[in-house]
Ligand binder design. Sequence first.
Ligand code: GLU
Length: 418
Amino acid sequence: MSAYNPYDNVVSTVRSAAGKLGLEESEYIELLYPERELKVAVPVRMDDGTVKVFEGYRVQHSTLRGPGKGGIRFHQHTDENEVKALAAWMTFKCAVVGIPYGGTKGGVTVDPTKLSRGEVERLTRRFTAAIAPIIGPEQDIPAPDVNTTGENMGWLADTYSALKGSWSPGVTTGKPQEIGGSLGRPEATGRGVMIATREILKKLNLPVEKQRVVVQGMGNVGSISAKLIHELGAKIIAVSDVSEGLYKEDGLDIPDILKFLSTRGNLLKDYQKDGVKHISNQEMLVLDTDVLVPAALSNQINKDNADKIKAKIIVEGANGPTTVEADEILNKKGVVVVPDILANAGGVTVSYFEWVQNLQFFYWEEEEINSRLNVIMCKAFESVYDIHKEKNVSLRESAYILALKKLAAVKKIRGVFP
Ligand code: GLU
């Protein structure tokens, strides 16, 4: 059996970047192994009185550059290898943008859309209790990811604090504002995707008003990316959610679609407007467009569809949307891919701001947050782009080279214990 294992992708990407950087294996080998992996059983009393047990994971890939940072996802297809890969991507992402964190991730194998709100709350709290021994503001700081939101982070912070005996908002980020969540955090990942899109268009001398953009995914990342790229002046010709995709050649009315989706339970398949065609997710990925923003799950652009992709630029809003094989095909075709560890780093960057504010009990204005985010994203983008030009490698390779350089420098100073 050779099932798709995203962690193998990570290992091969890191090895190849290390080779281009001329690192000895001993300078980076530790990054091929997660530091710590915890697998937990999460029993939940269901509304009908029965008990179900879900399996969950928290993987701490690296704490070389600081405490571990990374979200928690609830998804029916989440497994150990996916969480390991996601944790590793956080290590490289934090290094690319230069925030003082390592990389971690958590996940529970569950379809939360099949649970009631009470069941989701009990699941979140019990999972928190199960991973409580290894998380904490100075150890490992969770955040929202696929199918988790500020509401889950509120329960997480409350549960962790109850176990500890004192209020500890810094244990998680992406919290509701009332309990220490940062202004700008809900929009941060999408804002970062918009900045990455804007910067790559500038580099390629492409006027934003002339670009057609397709956005896959209408969760937190996809919806905000679509909103902000639309506000930037580009034409969003297609969007999709779990149910279906919408397509309109001369541009969709994004504010209207977002308003429609803001009603809980509404799905794109039920959105009806003159001139708007309904298409499948697969059709959407291969539409004739200038920019494609995959902002849903991993493994969406793979060896089966990479050859059919017509976009000239891909900005990865999701984590790991492109497989290694697909990446090679896209490179050969000359498609410019702004990699996840750069393009979607806006979320964790504002998570960092939230954590700093929590530790200092001092809160910043939204304008300051957005402007600092812009500075960090643009600086990271420039550094990655410089390496891309200098070494004639893809933007993904240059992002990994940048991250590995920083990680190897820290490793060299910290050394190997004992
Ligand atoms: N889940 C987000 C990501 O994959 C945010 C992580 C965080 O803020 O810690 O980058």
